[in-house]
Design a protein around this ligand. Sequence first.
Ligand code: PRP
Ligand code: 7HP
Length: 190
Amino acid sequence: MSRPAGLHADVAEVLLTEEEIGAKVRELGARISTDYAGRRLTLVSVLKGSLPFMADLMRSIDIPVRIDLMEVSSYGGATTESSGLVRILKDLSASIVNEDVLIVEDIIDTGLTLNYLIRYLRGKAPASLRICTLLDKPARRLVEIKVDYVGFTIPDQFVVGYGLDYGELYRNLRYVGVLRPEVYSGTPEA
Ligand code: PRP
Ligand code: 7HP
C-alpha cells in the first residue's frame, strides 16, 4: 500500500453522493416501516462497515425497533480480496428467538460473509430473517444470497466511504467513491 495522499485525494470518482445515499436510505426506511408494521423487528448491524448506514436507516424507520450489533471480519487488513474466512469478533447481546430479524450490511460482494451469518443467525431461531444492504456487487458473487432490500447495485470496483474501508481508512467519507487503484496496488502516481 502506498502512502495515502489524503481522504478525498485518494478517491478517483464519486459513485454515490451524500444526497443520493440519503434519499435511498429514506426510501428503504419507509419500505421497511410498511413491511414490518405490527411486528417485532430487530435490526442487526454488521460492524464496522454498516455503522453509518445503520445509524441513518434506523432513524428512517418509524415503527418501534430493537437494535443489536455484530462484528465480523472477512477481509484481512489492507486487502481488496475476501479471505473467505469469517470470524465473529462481537456476538449479539440479546436473544433473537421469535424476533423478526433484519441484517443490515453495507455491501455484499462475494456473499461469503452473509452466507456464514445467515446460517449462524438461523440457528438462533428468529421468527424471520431478511437482508438489507446498501450496496450490492453481484459480479463478484461466489454464493447465492437472497437479498430482500438493496440500496444500489454497483459495478465491480473497489469502493470506500460511508462506512466502507480500505485498510481501515476512508470510512468517514460522506459519499461512496472508487478508490484510486494506485492506493492499493502500491504503484506511485504518474
Ligand atoms: C466487508 C463488508 C461486508 C463484507 C462483504 O466487511 O462490510 O461485511 O466485507 O464481503 P463479502 O460479501 O465478500 O463477504 P469486512 O470484513 O471488510 O469488515 P468491516 O465491515 O469491518 O469493514
Ligand atoms: C468488501 C469491501 N470493502 C470495501 N469496498 C469494497 O468494494 C468491498 N467489497 N467487499
